[in-house]
Design a protein around this ligand. Structure first.
Ligand SMILES: *Cc1c(COP(=O)(O)O)cnc(C)c1O
Length: 333
């Protein structure tokens, strides 16, 4: 299966009027700090609060002969699939691990999705989704390793480059790699010179470890402020792994302390409420791990955060993540 720019243009037609056209806004603070024009693509403004609606709409539109759809999810893909299935009037069963914040479970139920909690990892949730596909005739939609999902997420790249063809660097939060693969495919097809950097948290970065190993590897799933970036890439990964391996120029990892600070920056400087996963690109720039050489955009991927944790971060309190404590610090630029 060869994905091309044409597939991404097709996806743009499918999602038009529902999940497209999010704002691309400047961040004066990040521009001053980095010395480059710094832009934020606000996917937190999506109807479900995250970009995953793009891929989910495109994938659900492609389902023909199933009794409904199923998927595993850290939360946002499930919301997207539940929303898209609801629009088509078909059943959606979302499988999630116990680590997923309750707010995300509630969000999916509110959209009419059925939630199955299975095990302590994304792998367990995926096994459950597989089982449902087999035993109940549901169509399984991978959160990142599906051509229609990747093409849907790629429409973000089309929109950014059509608004700002002068962008030289794209900073993309990276987990299973559906977002990075789609955006990289679109962006590099339009401008082969553009630099694509994937960013993950430095503990349990599945795509980073897999590319280093030359094949998909399992990682331990560790609680993170960037909870949407947790989980593996699937040992049988067919698409997002080779696409990320071939199209990303670099993968940069950031610490929980850096994510904590960047969440405060996005809130106090840009006045945007968004998940920890959204700020990893900003965190990498603020910590000096990435040098910018021209107009740069990052994707503010979603707003579906766990409010108690967010409140602790913006009020400078410590946050307990499993066995590590992120030290509290009141915001100071
Ligand atoms: C899914 C998700 C990501 C990562 O996308 P992948 O395609 O898995 O790499 C980043 N941010 C948020 C908010 C997400 O929901």
């Amino acid at each position: 299966m060869q994905l091309t720019l044409a597939d991404i243009y097709s996806a743009a037609k499918v999602i038009r009027g529902v999940a497209d056209g999010t704002p691309l806004v400047p961040s004066p603070f990040m521009s001053a700090r980095s010395g480059a024009d710094f832009l934020l693509k606000l996917e937190n403004m999506q109807p479900i609060g995250a970009f995953k609606l793009r891929g989910a709409l495109n994938a659900v539109a492609g389902v023909t002969e199933a009794r409904g759809v199923t998927c595993c999810s850290t939360g946002n893909h499930g919301r997207g699939v539940a929303y898209a299935a609801g629009q088509r009037g078909i059943r959606a069963v979302i499988c999630m691990s116990e680590l997923v914040p309750q707010a995300k479970v509630d969000g999916i139920r509110a959209l009419g999705g059925e939630v199955h909690i299975a095990g302590r990892s994304q792998d367990d949730a995926q096994a459950e989704s597989r089982r449902l596909a087999r035993e109940e005739g549901l169509f399984e939609i991978s959160p990142f390793d599906d051509p229609l999902v990747i093409a849907g997420q790629g429409t973000i790249g089309l929109e950014i480059l059509s608004a700002r063809p002068d962008i030289t660097t794209l900073l993309v939060p990276l987990s299973g790699g559906g977002l990075a693969a789609g955006v990289a495919l679109a962006a590099k097809a339009i401008n082969p010179q553009i630099r694509l950097i994937g960013i993950s948290m430095d503990r349990g970065a599945a795509m980073y470890e897999s590319i280093r190993a030359g094949k998909p590897v399992e990682v331990e799933e560790i609680p993170s402020l960037a909870d949407s970036l947790g989980g593996g890439i699937g040992m049988e990964n067919r698409l997002s792994f080779p696409l990320c391996r071939d199209l990303l120029d670099e993968i940069v990892l950031v610490s929980e302390d850096e994510i904590y600070h960047a969440m405060q920056v996005l809130y106090y400087e840009d006045r945007i409420v968004a998940e920890g996963a959204c700020v990893v690109g900003m965190a990498a720039v603020l910590s000096g791990r990435i040098k910018l050489d021209g107009p740069t955009a990052t994707i503010v991927t979603g707003r579906n955060l766990d409010m108690p944790t967010f409140t602790r971060v913006v009020t400078g309190q410590h946050v307990q993540l499993g066995d590590i404590t992120v030290k509290g610090k009141p915001y100071a630029a």
